[in-house]
Design a protein around this ligand. Sequence first.
Ligand code: AMP
Ligand code: MG
Length: 469
Amino acid sequence: MSTALGTPTLEDTYARAVPGLVLPFTAAPAPDPHVVALDEDLAAELGLDPEALRSSGLLVGQVPEGVRTVAQVYAGHQFGMYQPRLGDGRAVLLGEIVAPDGTRHDLHLKGSGRTPFARGGDGKAALGPMLREYVMGVAMHALGVPTSRGLAVSTTGERVPRDTGPLPGAVLARVASSHLRVGTFQYAAAAGDADQLRALADHAIARHHPQAADAEEPYLEFYRSVVDAQASLVARWMLVGFVHGVMNTDNTTISGETIDYGPCAFIDRYDPQTVFSSIDHAGRYAFGNQPMIARWNLARLGECLLPLIDADSEVAIENATAVVTSFTERYDGYFAQGMAAKLGLAEPDDQLVRDLLTLLADQQIDWTTFFRARPRGEARDLFLDREAFDAWAVRWEARRDPAADPDRVNPVYVPRNHLVDAALTAAEQGDLAPFREMVDVVSRPFEERPGLEAWTEPGTGPFVTYCGT
Ligand code: AMP
Ligand code: MG
Protein backbone atom coordinates (compact mmCIF):
# COMPACT_ATOMS: atom_id res chain seq x y z
CA MET A 1 0.00 0.00 0.00
CA SER A 2 1.22 3.51 -0.75
CA THR A 3 1.94 6.01 1.98
CA ALA A 4 1.92 9.82 1.68
CA LEU A 5 4.72 9.89 -0.87
CA GLY A 6 5.51 11.34 -4.23
CA THR A 7 6.28 7.94 -5.66
CA PRO A 8 3.76 5.25 -4.82
CA THR A 9 4.13 1.52 -5.18
CA LEU A 10 3.18 0.71 -8.75
CA GLU A 11 1.63 -2.72 -9.16
CA ASP A 12 1.17 -4.59 -12.42
CA THR A 13 -1.65 -7.07 -11.90
CA TYR A 14 -3.03 -6.36 -15.38
CA ALA A 15 0.26 -6.96 -17.18
CA ARG A 16 0.69 -10.19 -15.23
CA ALA A 17 -2.85 -11.40 -15.87
CA VAL A 18 -2.73 -10.83 -19.63
CA PRO A 19 0.89 -10.47 -20.74
CA GLY A 20 -0.19 -10.89 -24.36
CA LEU A 21 -2.21 -7.68 -24.19
CA VAL A 22 0.65 -5.32 -23.26
CA LEU A 23 3.98 -4.26 -24.71
CA PRO A 24 6.82 -2.83 -22.62
CA PHE A 25 7.04 0.90 -23.23
CA THR A 26 8.93 3.69 -21.50
CA ALA A 27 7.62 7.25 -21.57
CA ALA A 28 9.67 9.60 -23.74
CA PRO A 29 11.64 12.02 -21.57
CA ALA A 30 10.21 15.54 -21.31
CA PRO A 31 13.03 18.06 -21.89
CA ASP A 32 11.72 20.74 -19.54
CA PRO A 33 8.70 19.57 -17.56
CA HIS A 34 6.46 21.93 -15.59
CA VAL A 35 3.36 20.89 -13.68
CA VAL A 36 0.59 23.29 -14.69
CA ALA A 37 -2.34 21.57 -13.00
CA LEU A 38 -2.44 19.12 -10.12
CA ASP A 39 -5.54 17.74 -8.40
CA GLU A 40 -4.47 17.80 -4.78
CA ASP A 41 -7.69 16.18 -3.57
CA LEU A 42 -7.15 13.27 -5.91
CA ALA A 43 -3.51 13.00 -4.83
CA ALA A 44 -4.64 12.82 -1.21
CA GLU A 45 -7.24 10.15 -2.05
CA LEU A 46 -4.44 8.10 -3.56
CA GLY A 47 -2.27 8.59 -0.47
CA LEU A 48 0.22 10.76 -2.37
CA ASP A 49 1.83 13.95 -1.14
CA PRO A 50 1.17 16.72 -3.70
CA GLU A 51 4.47 18.51 -3.10
CA ALA A 52 6.54 15.36 -3.35
CA LEU A 53 4.56 14.43 -6.44
CA ARG A 54 5.33 17.73 -8.16
CA SER A 55 9.05 17.16 -7.96
CA SER A 56 9.14 13.37 -8.34
CA GLY A 57 9.13 13.20 -12.16
CA LEU A 58 6.41 10.56 -11.91
CA LEU A 59 3.90 12.87 -13.59
CA VAL A 60 5.95 12.74 -16.80
CA GLY A 61 6.80 9.07 -16.52
CA GLN A 62 9.90 8.72 -14.35
CA VAL A 63 9.28 5.57 -12.38
CA PRO A 64 11.39 3.76 -9.80
CA GLU A 65 13.94 1.18 -10.98
CA GLY A 66 12.36 -2.12 -11.82
CA VAL A 67 8.86 -0.83 -12.60
CA ARG A 68 7.67 -2.20 -15.94
CA THR A 69 5.54 0.38 -17.73
CA VAL A 70 3.46 -0.78 -20.67
CA ALA A 71 1.31 0.22 -23.61
CA GLN A 72 -1.99 -1.64 -23.75
CA VAL A 73 -3.32 -3.15 -26.94
CA TYR A 74 -6.97 -3.09 -27.95
CA ALA A 75 -9.13 -3.17 -31.06
CA GLY A 76 -12.33 -1.26 -31.63
CA HIS A 77 -15.07 0.02 -33.84
CA GLN A 78 -14.29 3.61 -34.77
CA PHE A 79 -17.41 5.30 -36.13
CA GLY A 80 -18.73 1.81 -36.81
CA MET A 81 -15.65 0.56 -38.68
CA TYR A 82 -13.72 -2.28 -37.10
CA GLN A 83 -10.02 -1.64 -36.52
CA PRO A 84 -8.27 -4.86 -35.47
CA ARG A 85 -5.32 -3.18 -33.74
CA LEU A 86 -5.52 0.18 -32.04
CA GLY A 87 -3.91 0.30 -28.62
CA ASP A 88 -2.21 3.06 -26.69
CA GLY A 89 -0.58 5.02 -29.49
CA ARG A 90 0.56 7.85 -27.29
CA ALA A 91 -0.13 6.59 -23.80
CA VAL A 92 1.54 4.42 -21.21
CA LEU A 93 0.29 2.59 -18.15
CA LEU A 94 2.73 3.40 -15.34
CA GLY A 95 1.04 0.93 -13.03
CA GLU A 96 -1.71 0.44 -10.51
CA ILE A 97 -1.91 2.29 -7.22
CA VAL A 98 -3.77 0.83 -4.27
CA ALA A 99 -5.19 3.81 -2.38
CA PRO A 100 -5.36 3.95 1.42
CA ASP A 101 -9.05 3.00 1.19
CA GLY A 102 -8.08 -0.21 -0.62
CA THR A 103 -9.33 0.79 -4.08
CA ARG A 104 -7.13 0.06 -7.10
CA HIS A 105 -6.46 2.72 -9.75
CA ASP A 106 -4.50 2.82 -12.97
CA LEU A 107 -1.98 5.64 -13.27
CA HIS A 108 -1.64 6.34 -16.95
CA LEU A 109 0.05 9.01 -19.06
CA LYS A 110 -1.27 10.45 -22.29
CA GLY A 111 1.02 12.32 -24.70
CA SER A 112 4.08 10.42 -23.49
CA GLY A 113 5.58 9.36 -26.81
CA ARG A 114 5.11 7.12 -29.83
CA THR A 115 4.41 3.53 -28.96
CA PRO A 116 4.41 0.59 -31.40
CA PHE A 117 0.63 1.21 -31.68
CA ALA A 118 1.00 4.81 -32.84
CA ARG A 119 0.31 4.14 -36.52
CA GLY A 120 0.60 7.58 -38.19
CA GLY A 121 0.53 9.60 -34.97
CA ASP A 122 3.45 11.38 -33.32
CA GLY A 123 2.70 10.06 -29.85
CA LYS A 124 2.47 13.54 -28.45
CA ALA A 125 -0.33 15.73 -27.11
CA ALA A 126 -0.91 19.46 -27.15
CA LEU A 127 -1.62 21.41 -23.98
CA GLY A 128 -5.18 22.46 -24.88
CA PRO A 129 -6.67 18.98 -25.31
CA MET A 130 -4.95 17.69 -22.16
CA LEU A 131 -6.34 20.61 -20.15
CA ARG A 132 -9.77 19.90 -21.67
CA GLU A 133 -9.60 16.31 -20.48
CA TYR A 134 -8.44 17.49 -17.06
CA VAL A 135 -11.23 20.04 -16.55
CA MET A 136 -13.91 17.72 -17.91
CA GLY A 137 -12.84 15.06 -15.44
CA VAL A 138 -13.04 17.58 -12.59
CA ALA A 139 -16.52 18.67 -13.69
CA MET A 140 -17.89 15.18 -14.20
CA HIS A 141 -16.51 13.94 -10.90
CA ALA A 142 -18.03 16.92 -9.09
CA LEU A 143 -21.35 16.22 -10.83
CA GLY A 144 -21.27 12.67 -9.51
CA VAL A 145 -20.66 11.03 -12.89
CA PRO A 146 -18.20 8.09 -12.82
CA THR A 147 -15.08 9.18 -14.67
CA SER A 148 -11.36 8.89 -15.14
CA ARG A 149 -9.70 11.90 -13.51
CA GLY A 150 -6.73 14.02 -14.36
CA LEU A 151 -4.13 13.87 -11.62
CA ALA A 152 -1.93 16.42 -13.35
CA VAL A 153 -1.08 18.13 -16.59
CA SER A 154 2.57 18.97 -17.24
CA THR A 155 3.98 20.90 -20.13
CA THR A 156 6.96 19.11 -21.63
CA GLY A 157 9.00 22.05 -22.92
CA GLU A 158 8.52 20.77 -26.47
CA ARG A 159 6.30 22.13 -29.19
CA VAL A 160 4.16 19.67 -31.11
CA PRO A 161 3.28 20.25 -34.75
CA ARG A 162 -0.46 20.43 -35.44
CA ASP A 163 -2.58 21.64 -38.38
CA THR A 164 -2.83 25.11 -36.91
CA GLY A 165 0.95 25.32 -36.30
CA PRO A 166 3.22 24.25 -33.45
CA LEU A 167 1.53 24.06 -30.02
CA PRO A 168 2.92 23.63 -26.52
CA GLY A 169 3.30 19.93 -25.78
CA ALA A 170 1.88 18.39 -22.62
CA VAL A 171 1.43 15.15 -20.78
CA LEU A 172 -1.71 14.26 -18.85
CA ALA A 173 -1.33 11.94 -15.87
CA ARG A 174 -4.71 10.33 -15.40
CA VAL A 175 -6.25 7.96 -12.96
CA ALA A 176 -8.98 5.48 -13.81
CA SER A 177 -10.32 2.45 -12.04
CA SER A 178 -8.88 0.64 -15.07
CA HIS A 179 -8.35 1.08 -18.78
CA LEU A 180 -10.27 -2.04 -19.74
CA ARG A 181 -12.39 -1.25 -22.76
CA VAL A 182 -14.91 -3.08 -24.90
CA GLY A 183 -12.10 -2.85 -27.46
CA THR A 184 -9.77 -4.79 -25.16
CA PHE A 185 -12.23 -7.70 -25.29
CA GLN A 186 -12.57 -7.30 -29.04
CA TYR A 187 -8.82 -7.66 -29.43
CA ALA A 188 -8.64 -10.64 -27.08
CA ALA A 189 -11.60 -12.38 -28.73
CA ALA A 190 -10.15 -11.89 -32.21
CA ALA A 191 -6.77 -13.22 -31.09
CA GLY A 192 -8.42 -16.61 -30.70
CA ASP A 193 -6.63 -17.56 -27.47
CA ALA A 194 -9.38 -18.87 -25.20
CA ASP A 195 -7.17 -18.87 -22.09
CA GLN A 196 -6.19 -15.24 -22.59
CA LEU A 197 -9.81 -14.18 -23.11
CA ARG A 198 -10.82 -15.98 -19.94
CA ALA A 199 -7.93 -14.43 -18.01
CA LEU A 200 -9.00 -10.99 -19.21
CA ALA A 201 -12.59 -11.60 -18.15
CA ASP A 202 -11.50 -12.96 -14.77
CA HIS A 203 -9.31 -9.91 -14.20
CA ALA A 204 -12.20 -7.60 -15.13
CA ILE A 205 -14.58 -9.45 -12.85
CA ALA A 206 -12.22 -9.34 -9.87
CA ARG A 207 -11.51 -5.70 -10.43
CA HIS A 208 -14.87 -4.22 -11.32
CA HIS A 209 -17.74 -6.62 -10.89
CA PRO A 210 -16.61 -9.08 -8.18
CA GLN A 211 -20.15 -10.19 -7.31
CA ALA A 212 -20.30 -11.89 -10.75
CA ALA A 213 -17.69 -14.40 -9.59
CA ASP A 214 -20.23 -15.96 -7.22
CA ALA A 215 -23.07 -16.12 -9.73
CA GLU A 216 -24.24 -19.39 -11.24
CA GLU A 217 -23.13 -18.12 -14.66
CA PRO A 218 -20.25 -15.76 -13.85
CA TYR A 219 -19.54 -14.50 -17.38
CA LEU A 220 -23.17 -13.85 -18.18
CA GLU A 221 -23.50 -12.03 -14.86
CA PHE A 222 -20.34 -10.06 -15.67
CA TYR A 223 -21.87 -9.04 -18.99
CA ARG A 224 -25.07 -7.99 -17.22
CA SER A 225 -23.02 -5.91 -14.77
CA VAL A 226 -21.20 -4.06 -17.54
CA VAL A 227 -24.47 -3.43 -19.38
CA ASP A 228 -25.98 -2.07 -16.20
CA ALA A 229 -22.97 0.12 -15.36
CA GLN A 230 -23.00 1.61 -18.86
CA ALA A 231 -26.78 2.14 -18.79
CA SER A 232 -26.37 4.06 -15.55
CA LEU A 233 -23.40 6.02 -16.88
CA VAL A 234 -25.01 7.12 -20.12
CA ALA A 235 -28.20 8.09 -18.26
CA ARG A 236 -26.04 10.39 -16.11
CA TRP A 237 -24.49 11.90 -19.23
CA MET A 238 -27.95 12.62 -20.60
CA LEU A 239 -29.09 14.13 -17.29
CA VAL A 240 -26.22 16.62 -17.17
CA GLY A 241 -26.21 17.31 -20.93
CA PHE A 242 -22.83 15.77 -21.72
CA VAL A 243 -21.83 14.78 -25.25
CA HIS A 244 -18.85 12.41 -25.28
CA GLY A 245 -18.20 12.92 -28.97
CA VAL A 246 -16.27 9.72 -29.78
CA MET A 247 -18.20 6.75 -28.41
CA ASN A 248 -16.09 4.19 -30.23
CA THR A 249 -15.97 0.76 -28.64
CA ASP A 250 -12.38 1.44 -27.57
CA ASN A 251 -13.63 4.44 -25.59
CA THR A 252 -16.30 2.40 -23.77
CA THR A 253 -15.13 1.09 -20.41
CA ILE A 254 -15.84 -2.15 -18.61
CA SER A 255 -15.86 -0.28 -15.29
CA GLY A 256 -18.65 2.09 -16.32
CA GLU A 257 -16.46 5.18 -16.07
CA THR A 258 -16.34 7.95 -18.64
CA ILE A 259 -13.02 7.77 -20.44
CA ASP A 260 -11.05 9.27 -23.32
CA TYR A 261 -12.36 12.78 -23.35
CA GLY A 262 -11.73 14.08 -26.82
CA PRO A 263 -14.01 16.50 -28.60
CA CYS A 264 -16.58 16.34 -25.79
CA ALA A 265 -18.79 19.17 -24.56
CA PHE A 266 -21.87 20.09 -22.56
CA ILE A 267 -24.97 21.15 -24.46
CA ASP A 268 -26.37 24.63 -23.99
CA ARG A 269 -29.89 24.60 -25.49
CA TYR A 270 -31.58 21.24 -25.48
CA ASP A 271 -31.35 19.60 -28.87
CA PRO A 272 -30.90 15.84 -29.22
CA GLN A 273 -29.17 16.39 -32.59
CA THR A 274 -26.33 18.36 -31.01
CA VAL A 275 -22.90 17.41 -32.36
CA PHE A 276 -19.74 19.29 -31.43
CA SER A 277 -17.00 17.08 -32.77
CA SER A 278 -15.19 18.22 -35.90
CA ILE A 279 -14.76 14.61 -36.98
CA ASP A 280 -18.37 13.44 -36.46
CA HIS A 281 -19.63 14.38 -39.91
CA ALA A 282 -22.67 12.10 -39.92
CA GLY A 283 -23.73 12.92 -36.36
CA ARG A 284 -23.34 9.30 -35.28
CA TYR A 285 -22.42 10.40 -31.76
CA ALA A 286 -24.97 13.20 -31.44
CA PHE A 287 -26.25 13.90 -27.93
CA GLY A 288 -29.52 12.03 -28.38
CA ASN A 289 -27.90 8.99 -30.00
CA GLN A 290 -25.72 8.15 -27.02
CA PRO A 291 -27.96 5.55 -25.34
CA MET A 292 -28.46 3.70 -28.63
CA ILE A 293 -24.74 3.78 -29.38
CA ALA A 294 -23.87 2.48 -25.91
CA ARG A 295 -26.20 -0.42 -26.50
CA TRP A 296 -24.58 -1.11 -29.87
CA ASN A 297 -21.13 -1.06 -28.28
CA LEU A 298 -22.31 -3.44 -25.58
CA ALA A 299 -23.63 -5.82 -28.22
CA ARG A 300 -20.05 -5.94 -29.54
CA LEU A 301 -18.86 -6.87 -26.04
CA GLY A 302 -21.48 -9.61 -25.88
CA GLU A 303 -20.17 -11.13 -29.10
CA CYS A 304 -16.72 -11.36 -27.56
CA LEU A 305 -18.01 -13.08 -24.43
CA LEU A 306 -20.08 -15.75 -26.21
CA PRO A 307 -17.50 -18.56 -25.88
CA LEU A 308 -17.28 -17.89 -22.15
CA ILE A 309 -21.02 -17.64 -21.64
CA ASP A 310 -21.87 -21.11 -22.95
CA ALA A 311 -20.15 -23.86 -24.91
CA ASP A 312 -23.36 -24.20 -26.93
CA SER A 313 -23.28 -21.14 -29.13
CA GLU A 314 -27.04 -21.00 -29.58
CA VAL A 315 -27.59 -20.92 -25.85
CA ALA A 316 -24.84 -18.31 -25.49
CA ILE A 317 -26.40 -16.09 -28.14
CA GLU A 318 -29.84 -16.38 -26.60
CA ASN A 319 -28.59 -15.47 -23.12
CA ALA A 320 -26.36 -12.64 -24.29
CA THR A 321 -29.15 -11.21 -26.42
CA ALA A 322 -31.47 -11.10 -23.43
CA VAL A 323 -28.82 -9.17 -21.50
CA VAL A 324 -28.10 -6.60 -24.17
CA THR A 325 -31.82 -6.17 -24.78
CA SER A 326 -32.19 -5.30 -21.10
CA PHE A 327 -30.01 -2.23 -21.68
CA THR A 328 -33.01 -0.19 -22.82
CA GLU A 329 -35.10 -0.95 -19.76
CA ARG A 330 -32.16 -0.31 -17.45
CA TYR A 331 -31.29 2.95 -19.17
CA ASP A 332 -34.92 4.10 -19.16
CA GLY A 333 -35.16 3.33 -15.45
CA TYR A 334 -32.01 5.28 -14.56
CA PHE A 335 -33.02 8.19 -16.74
CA ALA A 336 -36.55 8.29 -15.32
CA GLN A 337 -35.23 8.24 -11.75
CA GLY A 338 -32.74 10.95 -12.57
CA MET A 339 -35.35 13.16 -14.20
CA ALA A 340 -37.67 12.67 -11.24
CA ALA A 341 -34.87 13.97 -9.00
CA LYS A 342 -34.15 16.89 -11.33
CA LEU A 343 -37.81 17.91 -11.38
CA GLY A 344 -38.43 17.14 -7.70
CA LEU A 345 -41.17 14.62 -8.50
CA ALA A 346 -42.64 12.28 -5.94
CA GLU A 347 -42.10 9.46 -8.45
CA PRO A 348 -40.98 9.05 -12.08
CA ASP A 349 -43.45 10.19 -14.73
CA ASP A 350 -42.41 9.30 -18.26
CA GLN A 351 -45.14 11.23 -20.06
CA LEU A 352 -44.41 14.40 -18.12
CA VAL A 353 -40.72 14.08 -18.99
CA ARG A 354 -41.38 13.34 -22.66
CA ASP A 355 -43.59 16.41 -22.93
CA LEU A 356 -40.98 18.56 -21.21
CA LEU A 357 -38.27 17.39 -23.59
CA THR A 358 -40.49 18.28 -26.54
CA LEU A 359 -41.09 21.74 -25.09
CA LEU A 360 -37.42 22.34 -24.37
CA ALA A 361 -36.41 21.23 -27.86
CA ASP A 362 -39.14 23.20 -29.63
CA GLN A 363 -38.32 26.38 -27.76
CA GLN A 364 -34.53 25.89 -27.69
CA ILE A 365 -34.25 26.24 -23.91
CA ASP A 366 -30.89 26.05 -22.17
CA TRP A 367 -30.75 22.69 -20.38
CA THR A 368 -28.76 23.68 -17.29
CA THR A 369 -30.61 26.98 -16.82
CA PHE A 370 -34.07 25.44 -16.98
CA PHE A 371 -33.56 22.97 -14.17
CA ARG A 372 -31.99 25.52 -11.89
CA ALA A 373 -34.53 28.31 -12.55
CA ARG A 374 -36.21 29.41 -9.31
CA PRO A 375 -38.92 30.31 -8.60
CA ARG A 376 -41.14 28.83 -11.26
CA GLY A 377 -41.81 32.28 -12.73
CA GLU A 378 -38.17 32.42 -13.72
CA ALA A 379 -38.45 29.14 -15.60
CA ARG A 380 -41.56 30.45 -17.35
CA ASP A 381 -39.67 33.52 -18.55
CA LEU A 382 -37.28 31.29 -20.47
CA PHE A 383 -40.04 30.25 -22.87
CA LEU A 384 -41.27 32.17 -25.85
CA ASP A 385 -44.59 30.33 -25.89
CA ARG A 386 -45.42 30.71 -22.21
CA GLU A 387 -48.86 29.19 -22.47
CA ALA A 388 -47.36 25.92 -23.64
CA PHE A 389 -45.09 25.98 -20.60
CA ASP A 390 -48.00 26.86 -18.28
CA ALA A 391 -50.03 23.89 -19.47
CA TRP A 392 -47.10 21.60 -18.74
CA ALA A 393 -46.27 23.31 -15.44
CA VAL A 394 -49.73 22.65 -14.03
CA ARG A 395 -49.09 18.94 -14.42
CA TRP A 396 -45.57 19.34 -13.01
CA GLU A 397 -46.90 21.13 -9.93
CA ALA A 398 -49.39 18.34 -9.29
CA ARG A 399 -46.61 15.75 -9.22
CA ARG A 400 -44.03 17.59 -7.21
CA ASP A 401 -42.82 16.35 -3.87
CA PRO A 402 -42.72 19.40 -1.58
CA ALA A 403 -39.88 17.84 0.43
CA ALA A 404 -37.63 17.26 -2.62
CA ASP A 405 -34.49 19.35 -3.07
CA PRO A 406 -33.68 19.37 -6.81
CA ASP A 407 -30.83 21.87 -6.32
CA ARG A 408 -28.81 18.95 -4.99
CA VAL A 409 -28.78 17.36 -8.43
CA ASN A 410 -29.14 20.32 -10.80
CA PRO A 411 -25.83 22.12 -11.30
CA VAL A 412 -25.58 25.88 -11.58
CA TYR A 413 -22.25 25.56 -13.38
CA VAL A 414 -21.10 23.21 -16.11
CA PRO A 415 -18.01 23.74 -18.27
CA ARG A 416 -19.80 25.64 -20.99
CA ASN A 417 -18.15 25.11 -24.29
CA HIS A 418 -17.49 28.71 -25.29
CA LEU A 419 -15.78 29.37 -21.95
CA VAL A 420 -13.79 26.14 -22.12
CA ASP A 421 -12.65 27.18 -25.56
CA ALA A 422 -11.61 30.63 -24.41
CA ALA A 423 -9.76 29.26 -21.37
CA LEU A 424 -7.85 26.69 -23.42
CA THR A 425 -6.90 29.24 -26.06
CA ALA A 426 -5.57 31.54 -23.33
CA ALA A 427 -3.64 28.65 -21.78
CA GLU A 428 -1.99 27.81 -25.09
CA GLN A 429 -0.90 31.45 -25.26
CA GLY A 430 0.62 31.21 -21.80
CA ASP A 431 -2.19 32.62 -19.62
CA LEU A 432 -3.44 29.92 -17.25
CA ALA A 433 -5.64 32.20 -15.12
CA PRO A 434 -8.92 31.53 -17.00
CA PHE A 435 -8.22 27.79 -16.88
CA ARG A 436 -7.63 27.89 -13.12
CA GLU A 437 -10.83 29.85 -12.58
CA MET A 438 -12.73 27.33 -14.69
CA VAL A 439 -11.42 24.40 -12.64
CA ASP A 440 -12.53 26.17 -9.48
CA VAL A 441 -16.00 26.96 -10.88
CA VAL A 442 -16.80 23.46 -12.10
CA SER A 443 -15.38 21.74 -9.04
CA ARG A 444 -18.30 23.11 -6.98
CA PRO A 445 -21.15 22.91 -9.48
CA PHE A 446 -24.15 22.99 -7.16
CA GLU A 447 -23.25 25.96 -5.03
CA GLU A 448 -24.25 29.34 -6.44
CA ARG A 449 -21.47 31.88 -5.92
CA PRO A 450 -21.48 35.61 -6.62
CA GLY A 451 -19.34 36.86 -9.48
CA LEU A 452 -19.72 33.72 -11.61
CA GLU A 453 -22.74 34.86 -13.64
CA ALA A 454 -20.88 34.49 -16.93
CA TRP A 455 -20.78 30.74 -16.27
CA THR A 456 -24.57 30.50 -16.31
CA GLU A 457 -24.94 32.07 -19.76
CA PRO A 458 -25.29 29.81 -22.78
CA GLY A 459 -22.90 30.33 -25.65
CA THR A 460 -24.12 31.60 -28.96
CA GLY A 461 -22.63 28.60 -30.83
CA PRO A 462 -22.43 26.57 -32.89
CA PHE A 463 -19.10 25.50 -31.46
CA VAL A 464 -16.86 22.88 -32.92
CA THR A 465 -14.56 20.79 -30.74
CA TYR A 466 -11.47 19.08 -32.04
CA CYS A 467 -10.08 15.68 -31.27
CA GLY A 468 -7.28 15.30 -28.78
CA THR A 469 -4.69 14.61 -31.42
P1 AMP B 1 -8.80 8.45 -29.46
O1 AMP B 1 -9.70 8.89 -30.58
O2 AMP B 1 -8.08 9.59 -28.78
O3 AMP B 1 -9.47 7.54 -28.51
O4 AMP B 1 -7.61 7.66 -30.15
C1 AMP B 1 -7.80 6.59 -31.04
C2 AMP B 1 -6.49 5.90 -31.29
O5 AMP B 1 -5.54 6.78 -31.92
C3 AMP B 1 -5.80 5.37 -30.06
O6 AMP B 1 -5.22 4.17 -30.42
C4 AMP B 1 -4.79 6.44 -29.75
O7 AMP B 1 -3.71 5.94 -29.00
C5 AMP B 1 -4.35 6.86 -31.16
N1 AMP B 1 -3.81 8.22 -31.21
C6 AMP B 1 -4.50 9.38 -31.10
N2 AMP B 1 -3.68 10.43 -31.20
C7 AMP B 1 -2.42 9.96 -31.36
C8 AMP B 1 -1.12 10.55 -31.52
N3 AMP B 1 -0.93 11.86 -31.52
N4 AMP B 1 -0.07 9.71 -31.66
C9 AMP B 1 -0.24 8.39 -31.66
N5 AMP B 1 -1.42 7.77 -31.52
C10 AMP B 1 -2.50 8.54 -31.38
MG1 MG C 1 -9.46 6.28 -27.14
